[in-house]
Design a protein around this ligand. Structure first.
Ligand SMILES: NC(=O)C1=CN([C@@H]2O[C@H](COP(=O)(O)OP(=O)(O)OC[C@H]3O[C@@H](n4cnc5c(N)ncnc54)[C@H](OP(=O)(O)O)[C@@H]3O)[C@@H](O)[C@H]2O)C=CC1
Ligand SMILES: CC(=O)N[C@@H](CCC(=O)OP(=O)(O)O)C(=O)O
Length: 306
């Protein structure tokens, strides 16, 4: 069995990484457009119609433009941009998120690939809300660090040319574009307070959820809730705190489609921190898109991924 796949935006950061994962696969034939036509909407729509699944690795506006050029049912799409993440007509492409989510992805016409920050945040927060350990109205504090490839070609150029003055925090005004998806799929009623940062390295991400009052008992329950939520999962797992102590290394899972979660804290003060590590271009983007594509095509979910 072979399938045709179109990567719209295949020369961008996310698209290239998907292409690398698919090129080696005998079961996939890539549908490609010439350089001169790759931004022409009619050519992109034709390519999407020809393919069994198309993966959009584009700015939000270009993703919306392609969707608008297609009639419902003409193409199956995975959108890696932010454009459709909380749109109820799209299935959120995080198969491990909830029971039944994997099956929804497999049968969907339109799948939105989650953001890298939100994959980490949702993975940590959602099971704890479910277990009654996070109050959904509490607006939990979340922080994190990403490699600069998370900002695509423009930020890579900024860092690699020396134009960027160094690492920075951002999003302090609480308008980060992943907040709606974190809130909705984290089962929160109030958005988290989220302060991400970009480090002076290319790739890899670590995210921390801060729970100052969870306590020693809550800490044990949090780990149990996370272990139960991801039991048997191949790409999401809970690891011992010692794996991420004393230093959390955001580049630890680079080149993989894995995300590792851990629970940390001080039993005496009751302060607890949940931690997630992934490759922003692996489980945070390109790896996740390939996993969703595999599910939609009926291929082995882990094909082309490690
Ligand atoms: N980088 C990351 O870690 C993550 C990125 N994402 C999301 O994935 C999407 C792609 O991001 P990323 O790969 O980083 O971005 P890049 O800027 O690296 O790549 C975007 C690509 O889209 C192309 N493009 C722009 N407009 C059009 C158009 N109208 N038609 C066809 N192609 C077009 C660009 O062309 P050109 O080369 O000419 O500029 C570029 O190659 C974004 O929505 C981003 O937010 C999601 C999760 C993580
Ligand atoms: C480091 C950095 O700048 N990261 C990007 C998010 C990358 C990403 O996940 O983009 P999507 O929202 O399209 O998924 C940001 O915070 O805006």
């Amino acid at each position: 069995m072979t399938w045709k796949v179109f990567i719209d935006g295949e020369v961008g950061t996310t698209g290239l990484q998907i292409r690398e994962r698919l090129e080696a696969r005998p079961d996939i034939t890539l549908v490609s457009l010439d350089e001169s036509r790759r931004k022409e909407v009619s050519a992109r729509a034709d390519a999407a119609r020809e393919a069994d699944v198309s993966i959009l690795c584009l700015p939000d506006a270009a993703a919306k433009e392609l969707v608008a050029a297609l009639a419902p049912g003409e193409a199956r799409l995975i959108d890696a941009s932010t454009a459709h993440r909380v749109n109820p007509e799209w299935v959120f492409g995080f198969p491990e998120m909830a029971e039944g989510q994997r099956e929804k992805v497999a049968s969907a016409a339109y799948v939105s690939n989650p953001g890298c920050w939100s994959t980490c945040a949702i993975a940590l927060v959602r099971p704890l809300v479910g277990a009654g350990l996070i109050d959904p109205a509490s607006g939990p504090a979340i922080s994190g660090v990403s490699g600069y490839s998370g900002g695509g070609k423009a930020m890579i150029a900024e860092f690699e040319s020396g134009e960027a003055a160094g690492s920075f925090l951002y999003g302090a005004a609480q308008g980060h574009k992943h907040l709606p998806e974190m809130t909705e799929y984290g089962l929160l009623t109030k958005a988290p307070v989220f302060v991400p940062s970009v480090g002076q390295y290319a790739q890899g991400m670590a995210v921390a959820v801060h729970l100052p009052g969870l306590g020693a008992e809550g800490m044990a329950k949090a780990e149990a809730a996370l272990r139960a939520a991801y039991a048997g999962e191949r790409f999401v797992s809970v690891v011992a705190a010692s794996e991420n102590e004393p230093r959390v290394m955001p580049q630890r899972l680079n080149g993989t489609n894995r995300m590792e979660l851990s629970v940390h804290g001080n039993p005496e003060t009751g302060a607890v921190v949940l931690m997630a590590v992934l490759d922003n271009l692996g489980k945070g983007a390109s790896g996740a898109a390939v996993q969703n594509m595999n599910l939609m095509l009926g291929a082995d979910e882990g094909a082309g991924l490690e």
